[in-house]
Design a protein. Structure first.
Length: 417
């Protein structure tokens, strides 16, 4: 095995470990708020918003910041910070000091650490994978993530049923520690912007922002992702609340139902390379946006066992569409961005698109307070049409592949189409 291959599989192992723990925590943290602290819909929205708030605060400069820092040391430090934050919840619970405020603070710490860690991670992969293998490796990473999202909530639900929501969070904390240990074995890498230390950070941020927002393919992809992530933020805030209070779902079954997202993600990741080869990456983006809209609309339909079936099936369809869209656009950004710009491009896209997640979560909490979790999910499911509109309004609909940039910029495309 070559050094690059060994580095990739170490990176893959660390990501799989931390993602599995995070998937367990994604069930345990909201159920801690609901079952232990009797959280209101607004408080659930606040926790969901805090989980992604850092993308609005440091999402834009994160790319320039990561470009100035040693990659391995940054990743390990963020893993340790996440482990300590999650472990503080069981400690406070055992001391009878746990509160909603602490859960919000923990979510904020995780949010800031996740931003830096994720931007560093997205910069690492192209450094060890040849360009022609990027889509396959990205699909593998998406499939692995989907597998952890499939197994993690199920494991989390069972653990909560046996141990309780708070002790289950220790699984998440341990996963971050193991991830940090694995990443520590990777070769150290110098900062990507080692030769650009004299360039002001504002200038670096501005260059990344202008590159993305003026790009005829990356810009509409980013705005479409922003629309769907606004819906995802609402789902994160409302799913546990909807299942527990509207559908009276047992804790163990909550985990299995939430794992449906992992099924959809796994199917989407598995089919993504074939779909992209058959349809082309641009047409795959168009089709997947429509698929996500259909899935999101199905999630809050029905009552009793029919509601559980619709919730699971809707999540599978929605997640599958999102993963196909995400994999195609992420691969394109990695292929089309100059190496020295990549971290800033990734940070710019995530600042805008992932910044919509906390906004969606907060708005969803407010809307659910007025009309209930079910009808709030109906409203946000309908808003998925915005993603479809953005894709169809852009020139992406004229392309077969996102990489057909030269054809995109010529009038011949319109006449040929």
């Amino acid at each position: 095995m070559t050094g690059a291959a060994r580095s990739f599989w170490t990176y893959w192992s660390a990501s799989a470990t931390s993602n599995l723990g995070s998937a367990v925590g994604a069930v345990a943290l909201p159920l801690t708020a609901i079952t232990v602290l009797d959280a209101s819909p607004f408080e659930m929205g606040l926790i969901a918003a805090a989980s992604y708030a850092a993308w609005l605060v440091i999402g834009l400069p994160a790319g320039a910041l990561v470009a100035r820092l040693p990659l391995r040391g940054t990743q390990v430090t963020m893993d340790l910070a996440r482990a300590l934050a999650v472990a503080s919840v069981p400690v406070a619970w055992w001391l009878d000091r746990l509160s909603i405020a602490q859960l919000v603070v923990v979510a904020l710490v995780l949010s800031f650490a996740n931003v830096v860690f994720d931007v560093a991670n997205s910069t690492f992969l192209p450094a060890v994978v040849p360009k022609e293998q990027l889509h396959e490796r990205n699909s593998l990473m998406s499939a692995t993530f989907a597998t952890t999202q499939l197994g993690g909530p199920s494991i989390g639900g069972l653990a909560i049923q046996l141990l309780g929501a708070v002790p289950t969070l220790l699984v998440n904390a341990v996963s971050y520690l193991l991830s940090g240990i694995l990443l520590r074995t990777l070769p150290s890498r110098p900062p990507a912007a080692a030769g650009a230390d004299r360039v002001p950070m504002r200038q670096m941020i501005g260059e990344g922002w202008r590159f993305v927002t003026r790009h005829p393919v990356m810009a509409p992809c980013m705005w479409a992702a922003t629309a769907v992530n606004f819906v995802c933020g609402a789902q994160m805030a409302l799913f546990a609340l909807y299942l527990v209070r509207d559908l009276d779902t047992p804790a163990a079954f909550v985990g299995f139902l939430l794992a449906a997202e992992g099924v959809g993600s796994l199917v989407g990741a598995a089919l993504s390379p074939r779909i992209v080869r058959t349809l082309g990456s641009a047409r795959a983006c168009v089709a997947s946006s429509v698929v996500s809209l259909i899935g999101g609309a199905l999630i809050p339909v029905g009552t009793g066992w029919v509601a559980w079936v619709c919730f699971a099936l809707g999540n599978i369809i929605f997640a599958g569409g999102v993963v196909i869209f995400s994999t195609a656009t992420r691969t394109y950004r990695q292929q089309a961005s100059p190496p020295e710009m990549l971290s800033r491009v990734m940070a710019t896209v995530r600042f805008v698109s992932w910044g919509a997640i906390p906004v969606g979560g907060l708005v969803a909490g407010l809307v659910a307070t007025w009309i209930g979790a079910r009808w709030a999910l109906v409203v946000f499911g309908a808003l998925g049409v915005v993603q479809v509109a953005v894709v169809f309004a852009s020139r992406i609909r004229l392309l077969r592949d996102l990489t057909d940039l030269d054809e995109l910029l010529t009038p011949a495309v319109a006449s040929h189409s």
